[in-house]
Design a protein around this ligand. Structure first.
Ligand code: MET
Ligand SMILES: [Zn+2]
Length: 713
């Protein structure tokens, strides 16, 4: 039954990242297929047990995934590109690449920090029911005593997130084929005795696919042989999708009331509202009174989360080290489930809540631009050859470094001992880059556990967690810091390490900072002031660090903004305003560099087309951007970009080492679009997830490819 309380999804990496460890062991050959399956089964069983114990009435299933739920959907529908079919394990070949075979492209799941694999759907790609994962999970839950509601990516969102094979029309033109496959799946689930199915259609909040959704759900709704259908929109207001869905034969509609605001009860066309009043996107407690007030407007409502809880950590109870005053204000996944249940209970008892108090109005972001001459006039040069080779910042994070950090935290290693270890690592990284012939060096970021967490630990206004892991992609997780108060820098953060690295070498060493938008995008932010104000505060802190690095003689400072596109509002009409303040914040943060310091920025998976004007607006001297993994498709967008540019020529998300020829081919493609004097040669992103042997071999090939193409003086 879908009554009382439910959630749209739940984390799956494991409360102690059990799945991550199992996957890594499986990939290394230390765990066999059965072992991996057992870990998955335990995690699923644990989830259902926990949700039931918390009092949740309508439990979801198929929220588990071994790597990615979009990839699961592609495999379920047999949408596996031909080239992967012969691989020993096609699923992980698509996810991570296999010998000689690059993985599928990966990109952000809407405006979250979760990444999905982009299915490739050409005119002839099969689209038919070819798997039974949702059915197996229903059976598995039933054997444990739980009736569940399988959660599926809906057909419209699935096709909108896919990309066509070269020369083929958009995947959405295959909607009828997809619907036939979904109909078969629904019939199979009905035969299994499943009462409800959840179809996730977050793409609808972007305003895309509404007409197709209407057609899809009229069609699926009209099937006689199917479970009841809950179609869930989330991450924003449903807009035109709401009347479209209300006009179809589905039984329930999920709406994100946290980010989308209230909907008109009359617009639901008599469907059950699954009301997302508990946020799945932040770590704050819900204002239960205000939520009840909202809920009491809708008859027969089911209380739910705004979206899947995939985007928040498991359990606040694991965080014993947090300031008690802050803890009081927090809720992680399990606490949010408890809130959903508490709300449904109170609602059932007739509680009405009270109107929420209005949020304070924001003040506009500042845009101080003092400090830098226009781009062409300041182009500082540091005696580099054409096609300078550089990296994006991090070098492999060895087990030794992680152990040292743990020892420092545990008090078994003192500060001085830790610093000596970091210095030794920096020296090793500098010498390695010199030996390989890299032109602009980095210190390797060994002192950073994470590019955002590190800064969070050194700035006022942030709290960090011990176990607050959130899945980023596949086995990778991050621990987003929590911004709970005003942000302030009290002392220089990176200057010491950059200065040390530069003291070891004649070649320029880049200073390395994380930009204000990314720090905010990868943190949980406070809700009491507007986002743009939080960004201004962080920009002010980064600005002070840039100024101090420049004053210490750093000739190149890279300020990374890989998340620039991530906070982009999903609806087109809100995007310009965001880009304006985001760009202003970046310029504020970097313009303290003056005219003798080059500013680099780095963007990864940036889908640059949407933000290309904004990238120019950042006013950086050099922009490095992911390109190798996506086969150089970004190059078309960069034609005419008038600044230094380093489209990645090494896909660091795969363990594969590209040959010098392969790197050279990518570089030749860049040189067709960008004049040689503006091209930089670099990987797609930082190297921290790779091993030293992979990095050494790959960078040697980058240097070879660059040197072969350098015009002779
Ligand atoms: C996700 S972007 C990463 C940039 C950072 N400087 C690194 O090299 O790891
Ligand atoms: Zn990156």
């Amino acid at each position: 039954m879908l009554t009382h309380s439910t959630i749209l999804g739940y984390p799956r990496i494991g409360p102690r990242r059990e799945l991550k460890r199992a996957l890594e062991a499986y990939w290394d050959g230390r765990l066999d297929r059965d072992g991996l399956d057992r870990v998955g089964a335990d995690l699923r069983a644990g989830t259902w047990r926990r949700l039931a114990a918390l009092g949740l009435r309508a439990l979801p299933s198929n929220t588990f995934s071994e790597y990615d739920h979009v990839l699961d959907t592609a495999v379920l529908l047999d949408a596996v590109p031909e080239r992967y079919r012969a691989a020993a394990d096609p699923y992980f070949a698509m996810a991570r690449g296999a010998d000689g075979l690059p993985p599928l492209r990966m990109t952000k799941w809407f405006d979250t920090n979760y990444h999905y694999l982009v299915p490739e759907i050409g005119a002839r790609t099969p689209l038919r029911l070819a798997g039974d994962k949702p059915i197996r999970e229903v059976r598995e839950a039933r054997a444990l005593g739980h009736e569940t509601r399988p959660v599926l990516v809906g057909p419209v969102t699935f096709l909108l997130l896919s990309e066509p094979a070269a020369g083929d029309p958009p995947p959405l033109t295959r909607l009828d084929d997809a619907l036939t496959a979904y109909a078969d799946l629904l019939a199979a689930l009905a035969a299994e005795g499943v009462e409800w199915v959840q179809l996730d259609e977050p793409a609808l909040v972007t305003g895309a696919g509404v007409a197709q959704a209407r057609r899809a759900y009229e069609w699926l709704g009209a099937l006689s042989d199917r479970p009841k259908l809950l179609v869930a929109s989330y991450f924003g207001e449903p807009g035109e999708a709401l009347p479209a869905l209300a006009a179809t034969g589905i039984e329930a509609i999920g709406v994100d009331l946290v980010r989308g605001g209230p909907v008109d009860p009359a617009a639901l066309g008599g469907k059950t509202l699954v009301a997302g009043v508990v946020s799945g996107r932040d770590v704050w407690r819900t204002d239960l009174g205000a939520a009840l007030y909202e809920l009491s407007r809708y008859p027969g409502v089911v209380v739910s989360t705004s979206c899947s809880l995939l985007h928040v950590p498991y359990d606040l109870d694991a965080e014993t080290g947090l300031d008690p005053a802050l803890r009081e204000r927090l809720a992680f996944a399990d606490q949010k489930v408890a809130e959903v249940v508490a709300l449904a209970d109170r609602l059932a008892r007739g509680a009405r809540g009270r109107a929420p108090s209005p949020r304070p109005a924001g003040r506009p972001a500042e845009s101080t631009l003092e400090g830098r001459a226009p781009y062409p006039e300041r182009s500082v040069q540091v005696g580099l050859p054409p096609l300078p080779v550089t990296t994006i910042g991090s070098f492999p994070q060895t087990g030794e470094l992680r152990a040292a950090r743990a020892a420092l935290a545990a008090g078994t290693l003192d500060q001085r001992g830790y610093e000596r270890l970091i210095e030794a690592e920096i020296e090793r990284v500098i010498r390695l880059q010199e030996r390989l012939g890299v032109d602009v060096l980095v210190h390797g970021e060994p002192e950073r556990n994470d590019m955002v967490q590190y800064f969070a630990e050194h700035l006022d206004g942030f709290a960090t967690t011990r176990h607050g892991w959130v899945q980023s992609y596949g086995s990778r997780c991050t621990r987003p810091p929590i911004i709970h108060g005003d942000v302030r820098r009290t002392a220089p953060i990176t200057v010491r390490w950059t200065r040390f690295a530069q003291s070891l070498t004649e070649r320029p060493v880049k200073g390395m900072l994380t930009g204000p938008v990314t720090i905010v995008a990868w943190s949980f932010v406070r809700r009491d002031i507007p986002l743009r104000e939080v960004v201004v505060q962080v920009a002010e802190a980064v600005r002070a660090e840039v100024r101090d690095l420049a004053a210490a003689g750093t000739s190149i400072i890279q300020v990374d903004e890989p998340a620039l596109r991530e906070l982009l509002p999903l609806r087109r009409e809100r995007q310009d305003e965001y880009l304006q303040w985001a760009v202003a914040a970046y310029r504020h943060a970097t313009s303290s560099a003056g005219d003798h310091t080059q500013i680099h920025t780095h963007l990864c998976y940036s889908n640059a087309s949407e933000v290309i004007a904004a990238i120019d607006g950042l006013d950086a001297d050099v922009t490095t951007i992911e390109s190798a993994r996506s086969g150089g498709r970004i190059l078309g967008e960069l034609d005419g970009f008038g600044r230094g540019l380093g489209p990645g020529v090494y896909d660091i998300h795969s363990p594969r080492v590209p040959s010098a020829e392969e790197v050279g081919d990518l570089l030749d493609a860049v040189l067709k679009v960008v004049p040689v004097e503006r091209v930089w040669v670099n990987p797609d992103c930082g190297l921290k997830t790779r091993t030293y042997p992979q990095v050494e071999a790959a960078l040697a090939n980058l240097v070879t490819a660059a040197r072969e193409r350098r015009p002779s003086p």
